[in-house]
Design a protein. Sequence first.
Length: 537
Amino acid sequence: MIVTPRPADASARVAGKGLKAGALGLTSTIVIAVASTAPAYAMTSALGSVVSAMRTQAPVAILAAFIPMLFISYAYRALNSVDPDCGTSFTWVARAFGRRAGWITGWVIILADVVVMANLAYIAGTYTFMLFGLHGLADNTAWSTLTGSAWIVAMTVISWIGIEVSARAQAMLLTLEVLVLLVMSAVALVKVYTHHAGALAVHPAASWFNPFAHGMTLSAFTAGLIAAVFIYWGWDSAVAVNEETADAKVTPGRAAVVATVLLLVIFTVVTVAAEAYAGVGSAGIGLTSPGASVDALSGLGQAVLGVWGFKLLILAILNSSAASAQTTILPTARTTLSMASYKALPQRLSFIDKRFLTPAVSTWAMGVASIAFYVAMTYVKNGSLLTDLIAAVGLQIAFYYGLTGLASAWYFRGRTNGVKELFLKIVLPLAGGLILLGGGVYSARSFWNPAHDTGGVTIWGVGGTFVLGVGAMTLGIPLMLLWNATGSGRAYFAGQTMASARDLIKSPGEDLAACAEEPAHLSRPPVSGARPTESGV
């Protein structure tokens, strides 16, 4: 069947799935990548988990997690150069390892994003009241849940009304949060070295960067690594908006690599400053105190910056969590758009809003699902499961990032020109994938034991982190089988709606980028938006 869509907006260039092509440049794409990681939110939520696992060697986790992140960013760049599809890992894994592997990868991406939205909404809801000094309402479950849900609705609206509006909003929010983080870190270090930081302070030492110091165990290292992987997570949003980016085969991959390096600098500086000022003890504002397990920066920020500086930090963390909520919705909606376009999900999810050229149904579906999960997690176990979300999402990230690295190695096997391409497209992505998958498996085994659960939750005799992480991923298998039983699902799983990797990549010496367009008979999916008109069979 040949489908001829009516253009959604005659004044805009439309990409393959009906999105607005060329809307973003390199700077905007880097902003989306870094903002999606949400440095202030990420450090607030996960720094305590990193320090709890690795104590004074927490900076080791930041550096160690950067290595596979950088390697995987090269995988994204390589794969995007030949297949700039907004489905990213879903599409690439499906082409490389089969439709079922791709479907599960897509499920895990959606799952991780929905799960983390609960934590994002919790931080946004709580910090909204903290900003105005309403600590009683901040501690009230009903009010913080209602406010967090309102933030999800607001960010869903921004994602719906246009990618350019989203990028402008992200630029403003990101500038504030990074500036506040760096100022807080600088002031903290100055106070440490001038002996104005209090009894908990300690000068940074070289041993903080030595993984072999103090007899660190493998289980502690992998737990710290998975938590640090969560801190870095989000830069792949730069690639998820590839179909809306100028020079779609080059700009998104370049932005992903640049963003990863920028994040290394930000996270290392903040980690060292926080550890130097607060220490790693459990007393006061120490980074292993009960409060630091869910909020590592608020106590530290108040001590370092004073009352008004603390207000700025609260505003930065609030902005960060809100911005991350928006940039979580943004790529997830494009994953479901791509899956629906290839008939891996209901076709309705591929609908493109004619006015805004955004995946309207997918965007709102993500918003509604996020609110539902957030409300459920808030009230189940009286909110204690929220503590498990960070480690659980870390396991899911390790899974789909790891598979993406393996997919790059598989895609380009025997199809590289020279040593440089061999390393950037095969060796480094493969190494990154194996590190993440290996660390994820080892940590999952540990989290099976309720004694190692980060939130102290036991479900059916198993740790809550394992259930939220691995159990939720496994739930995708019966859902996949159920979709396979439908007519559209059978077409996808039979490979009738998507080209394979061998159809996209030629042999060494040929122009790889020229192979990115799929054979027309295999798959370029129809553009949704205005209802398509059918012409021919």
